[in-house]
Design a protein around this ligand. Structure first.
Ligand code: NAD
Length: 255
């Protein structure tokens, strides 16, 4: 257990917990004693991560295979997670997808699916958890944005819009839920090595271009993001709400 004031110790739902950044967030929270429920379309990945995190961190873990855009499945998962963890005082929305499709080729299906998972699901998973979050002191929500929350990319308009939307949602919910003692923030990762970016990272020239953009001279690891998320979920961030913490190794600090 960390010597830092990492309370509360309530359970946390982590969407996208079966892979990459979500999985690292679940582990980082478990390392400071927080029970975690990992929700993912990849139920097997979430189950495997839950078992490994429980074994390594000695906390209660739980997993659900579900589509976070399915309201009925989310409602069932809330009941199951509450029962498994005892309390739920946090949400990390890390489930996400990216589809490269410029406006010349964009379809309604792609637009809806990207907005649906990256943005809309955060709204309705949070809504389904409101009763739990309101019942516990120190509850917090962290949405995973992106550097595409603050800059634009020509080939991924749906993704860019969804991640800008996460910032707007963060500010609105922070204002509405602040009086209930619930803090709402976002983290904006830069180039992080995960299955989502494997095609880019496996290509030496593309990876070198990412490294080149960071004054720190490297791409990020999922743990770089998880540490920032853990901070925002903790009482160490007790006066931080309605903001996005960009964790990109300085990529957006220059032109
Ligand atoms: P990842 O592909 O490793 O993990 C994403 C997870 O979300 C997967 O396990 C996937 O199964 C799950 N998921 C997708 N659709 C789902 C659905 N409908 N229901 C439930 N689960 C679903 O990718 P990652 O890099 O870990 O991405 C996590 C978040 O971080 C995403 O929101 C992504 O946009 C964001 N992000 C990633 C990077 C990066 O460089 N990797 C940069 C900026 C932002």
């Amino acid at each position: 257990m960390s010597a830092l004031n990492m309370t509360p110790t309530t359970g946390v739902v982590v969407t996208g917990g079966g892979s990459g950044i979500g999985r690292a967030c679940a582990r980082a929270l478990a390392e400071v004693g927080r029970p975690v429920s990992l929700w993912d379309l990849n139920g097997e990945g979430a189950a495997e991560a839950a078992v490994s995190i429980a074994a390594d961190c000695g906390v209660t873990t739980h997993s659900v295979g579900l589509d976070v855009t399915d309201r009925a499945a989310v409602d069932n998962a809330v009941v199951a997670a509450r029962e498994a963890l005892g309390t739920i005082g946090g949400l990390v929305h890390a489930a996400g997808i990216v589809t490269s499709m410029d406006i010349d080729h964009l379809t309604e299906e792609i637009w809806d699916s990207v907005i649906g998972v990256n943005l809309r699901a955060e709204v309705f998973v949070a809504q389904a958890l409101l009763g739990d979050l309101r019942s516990h002191e120190g509850s917090a929500i962290v949405g995973i944005g992106s550097i595409m929350s603050v800059v634009g990319s020509p080939t991924i308009p749906s993704y860019t819009a969804s991640k800008h939307g996460v910032v707007g949602l963060t500010k609105s919910l922070a204002n509405y839920l602040g009086p209930d003692g619930i803090r709402v923030n976002a983290v904006g990762p830069g180039y992080i090595e995960t299955p989502m970016t494997s095609m880019m990272m496996d290509d030496p020239a593309s990876k070198a271009a990412c490294v080149e953009k960071s004054p720190l001279g490297r791409v990020g690891a999922p743990t770089d993001i998880a540490k920032a998320v853990r901070f925002l979920m903790s009482d160490e961030a007790g006066f931080v709400t309605g903001t996005i913490l960009i964790v990109d190794g300085g990529v957006t600090s220059h032109d």
